[in-house]
Ligand binder design. Structure first.
Ligand code: SF4
Length: 455
């Protein structure tokens, strides 16, 4: 207000201080435009940073008058009383200063109950005064700050031109700084008894003898605390004993978890050993199978759904010929080779059919180069893997066996047919059967003799 009077209403006035409440306070005075803006010290430092202003590089200057005499004590809770020239000695002073949450709550409580005894005004600061205001960067070292402020105020008062100050006071004391107050009850209604009991139960005070009222939560009693929690202004974790109990439960849970972890680890190790053992068994079974496959005179090949070879034996490689042998020198068992590039188109089609339809193709004779192959393909895993048995019908190992089997087949087919005809004509089929059986027998004995003959 003084600035506006001195320099004109168009001059912007900014209040800079540690209090965020000043931001509201600036607008409660009835005369308009007293303060155009309010900044905290934190915001002032942000402005310095933004505009690259460094304190050590600027020239300091004193405040312009009118100066405030003991007004420099304003940051201390009781400083406002001294700055206002109100008596502060213990006996004659009619004002009691209290600061900080605990003191203020206690003061209000006493004021409410014992006003007749007290007969004092209260100067209350819920915080600890401007020297620890929220708009400062640090909020510690209260008593060091207090000493610094006192010393600074003393220094300023020592240099003050008392006569000028008096003159200014007389001049400006006529300005109207009056304001009014209206009740603005911020109290939250007391919660219902059941809600308080519920909170008490949560914090483990389910009977009055457990309400130890230690005050560690900052409330006078467990009940006060429970009521505040029920209002939504505090959380159960603020109760010391609740926390302690939680911690113990947590430790116990941790202990149990560790125990379970150790058991799981042990079980895991055991199952690892079992799995390793099973793997070894499976490996040896697989080796055995592979060895057996290798010994077979029949070609065996297993392919996946992309018609890539998973495994093939040496007989298959021999049947397919030189190309396959060359590949098998580099890739044993032709693993990964594309079967399409190794076998005739019609056989390749049979593989595709078996994989797609999940049905076997049995005993098909196919010409391949100068060979006659007998091919049987069968599904191993539906639409995923199939295997084939391929025999070279011209090879000596297969030939005799094949003649025998084919003649048996002819007998079976003829027998069936003859049975049908015989059934129709009423004649037996034994003559045909005998004739064909004799072919087989004679072939078998010939084969035996040729084997026994010395070479
Ligand atoms: S800390 Fe817990 S036990 Fe102590 S008074 Fe507060 S609520 Fe009660």
């Amino acid at each position: 207000m003084v600035v506006k009077k001195l320099y004109g209403p168009e001059v912007a006035t900014v209040q800079i201080g540690p209090c965020i409440d000043a931001k509201d306070e600036a607008f409660i005075y009835e005369s308009d435009n007293l303060v155009d803006g309010v900044l905290t010290f934190v915001e002032l430092r942000e402005l310095f940073d933004e505009f690259k202003i460094q304190e050590r590089l600027v020239k300091m200057s004193d405040f312009d008058p009118p100066h405030g005499n003991w007004g420099a004590l304003y940051p201390l809770p009781a400083g406002i009383i001294q700055a206002g020239g109100i008596k502060r000695d213990m006996v004659s002073s009619r004002v009691i200063t209290a600061s900080g949450k605990e003191e203020v709550l206690e003061a209000i409580n006493d004021f409410d109950k014992y006003i007749d005894t007290l007969q004092h005004h209260f100067n209350l600061f819920f915080c600890h005064g401007c020297l620890l205001g929220p708009g400062m960067q640090h909020h510690n070292e209260r008593f060091r700050r207090r000493a610094l402020v006192s010393r600074y105020a003393e220094k300023r008062v020592g240099k003050l031109d008392k006569a000028l100050w008096q003159k200014n006071m007389e001049k400006w004391s006529k300005l109207d700084f009056s304001r009014t107050f209206t009740p603005d009850d911020q109290r939250i209604p007391e919660p219902p008894e059941e809600a308080i009991k519920e909170v008490l139960k949560i914090i483990g005070k389910d009977s009055p003898d457990k309400e130890i009222n230690c005050g560690a939560c900052g409330y006078l009693s467990c009940r006060d605390f429970a009521s505040t929690v029920a209002k939504g202004l505090a959380v159960p974790e603020m109760c010391h004993t609740f926390n302690l109990r939680n911690k113990q439960e947590y430790i116990e849970t941790l202990r149990q978890t560790n125990r379970k972890l150790a058991e799981t680890k042990k079980a895991l190790k055991e199952s690892e050993e079992i799995a390793l053992h099973e793997k070894e068994i499976a490996q040896s079974a697989s080796d055995m199978m592979n060895n057996m496959l290798e010994k077979l005179p029949t070609g065996v090949v297993i392919v996946d759904n992309n018609l890539k070879i998973l495994h093939s034996n040496q007989s298959f490689i021999n049947i397919i010929g030189e190309d396959a042998k060359a590949i098998s020198d580099v890739i044993p068992g032709l693993a990964g080779a594309d079967i399409k590039t190794l076998i005739p188109f019609n056989v390749y089609n049979m593989f595709s059919f078996v994989l797609k339809e999940d049905e076997p193709v049995l005993s098909k004779d196919v010409h391949f180069e100068d060979k006659m192959l007998n091919v049987s393909i069968f599904p191993i895993r539906k639409n995923k893997i199939c295997g084939a048995i391929i025999r070279d019908l011209y090879s000596p190992e297969v030939q005799g066996e094949e003649v025998t089997s084919r003649v048996s087949e002819v007998i079976d087919k003829n027998l069936e047919m003859v049975q049908k005809i015989g059934f129709l004509l009423g004649e037996g089929a034994s003559e045909t059967e005998q004739m064909l059986n004799s072919i087989i027998e004679s072939y078998k004995s010939k084969k035996l003799n040729s084997k026994n003959k010395p070479k």
